[in-house]
Design a protein. Sequence first.
Length: 202
Amino acid sequence: MHPGAGKESNRWPAERFGEVARSLRAVGHRVAVCAGPNERSLLPRVDAGSGTELPRLPELSIHGLGGALADADLAIVNDTGVLHLAAAVGTATLGLFGPTDPAIWCPAAPRVWTLRGSDGHVATLPADRVARAAVELAAYLQEQRPRPPRRGRARADAVAAAGGFVVRIAFRAPNWLGDAVMATVSAAGAYAAPTPTPRSTC
């Protein structure tokens, strides 16, 4: 999670990030928080919303932050540069929008989802709505994760072909990772499962 943003109007309340973290942790997901040098004061507020002190990333360079985001299964961020960085490294991303229109400012990249405050103010996004989307999106991504190969004849054949040495076989991720997908949330807060969409939309 990254609760910061250069523009104050683009920041969803930090305490609500903590509430979303609490919902994700309640179903077994691990959550870490990062913030820029001028945004570290937001982290205790995130902790207050979560009810615990969440793991923090150290201060990182842009390259380091990109690497950390690439290792994440899901990034939850405001409409800020970190949103575009997460999308650029291919991480599934939930972007929270307020005054800016995601149809214009959302990265045109695969695996980016957005929520927007109904009146153009990001603070009007209720925490339970974002938490529900985050939990369901995390579950969806977990279901799509490639399964490890089952032990059996195929493994035995691979070992035999390698002259008796156990070899690690890399499996390519499913083709869906190369498709752009989008999830929508209705005005009532109902979450729609991601479906394939053109790359130019988000």
